[in-house]
Design a protein around this ligand. Sequence first.
Ligand SMILES: *Cc1c(COP(=O)(O)O)cnc(C)c1O
Length: 387
Amino acid sequence: MLHTSYIELSERAFKNNINYMREQLTNSARYSMVIKGNAYGHGIETMIPLAEKYGVDHFSVFSVSEAMRAKKVVSPQCDIMIMGWIDKSEIEWAILNDVSFYVFTFDRLTAACKTAQRLKKKARIHLELETGMHRTGFSENEMERLIRYIRRYRNNLEIEGICTHYAGAESINNYNRIRQQIKGFNVTARRLSGEGILPRYRHTACSAAVLRYPETIMDLVRVGIANYGFWPSDELRMNHFIDSEKKGVPPMDPLDRVLSWKSTVMSVNFVGAGEYISYGTTYLTNRDTTIATVPVGYGYGYTRTLSNMGHVLLHGKRVRVVGSVNMNMLVIDVSDVKKPKIGDEVVLIGSQGDLKISVSSFGDMTNSLNYELLTRLPSHIPREVVD
Ligand SMILES: *Cc1c(COP(=O)(O)O)cnc(C)c1O
């Protein structure tokens, strides 16, 4: 094994998740799979062919560099959409390669028009509307200027979409804000269509919006986290269970984790009672202890926050991370494991025997930390699709 750890991607879990999310669509909306953040750490190059196998033909990325990576592996009939960063100098690449991109400033709009004019090829753009997230997007008072601009350059632009993003559809705390956003979006969409601007796709829904606000589904959905088997929040997961209960069906989680992260025991040592483990004095043994090292640390995406907090699986048992997580290794207490040996499989995320380490069972971690841990998984760790 050249690398110190590896990632397995479950085809069965992915197929299950994508089917579940498609079943939630109340119409024939197009399904765009969000693969930003290296496909939420799962690997763009590995996930695209797998997704295509199950009928996905639209992929959303954040940046032009992710679009370039996607373009290398995607089939020609699929669409790629950039939702965030594209430098003016790369707009030409996007137009020539039929990659669509968000436009949320006049600066980018001008660059798109000028480049399209020069290339004599239309830029496929998605106008992002500011509806209350207050991050990016054209606001209501920019509409008139926007409409004039679009008319003037109509031969150079294909307004493929109008879109917006919700400020936290996964939490009921944001209910009023989301409702306002939906309303605002629909008003502007009607205004634009009244002006003859009729995009092919109105799109607003992320995973949480698909699950909680079906009216946001419209013509295309941008589903990220749920494809990979994670609920956008614990709240939505619990909601699902409560709904099941009301319907009298057994509560079952319809989403399955796709990713497992595994490594191996690198060394086994014996430590007497009353000794500190690893750097500093954060962990003192209170019994004779058998420890093992695993060649994964914060330099490989295993966050230091999990020092003395994380758990891993070894021989089908849950064992603790002891002492601080180092740059390239961590130490686990394997005293309760029978005959731990160098080379034994260590599961950092995923299952072994009857037990499972989910990203969120790393102690009392928040969901945002889950996402952070996933997207920090280095892209060079080998990823392999398994059944
Ligand atoms: C990340 C993102 C999504 C997908 O969100 P999930 O919660 O992962 O489904 C959709 N739209 C935009 C603009 C995003 O940035």
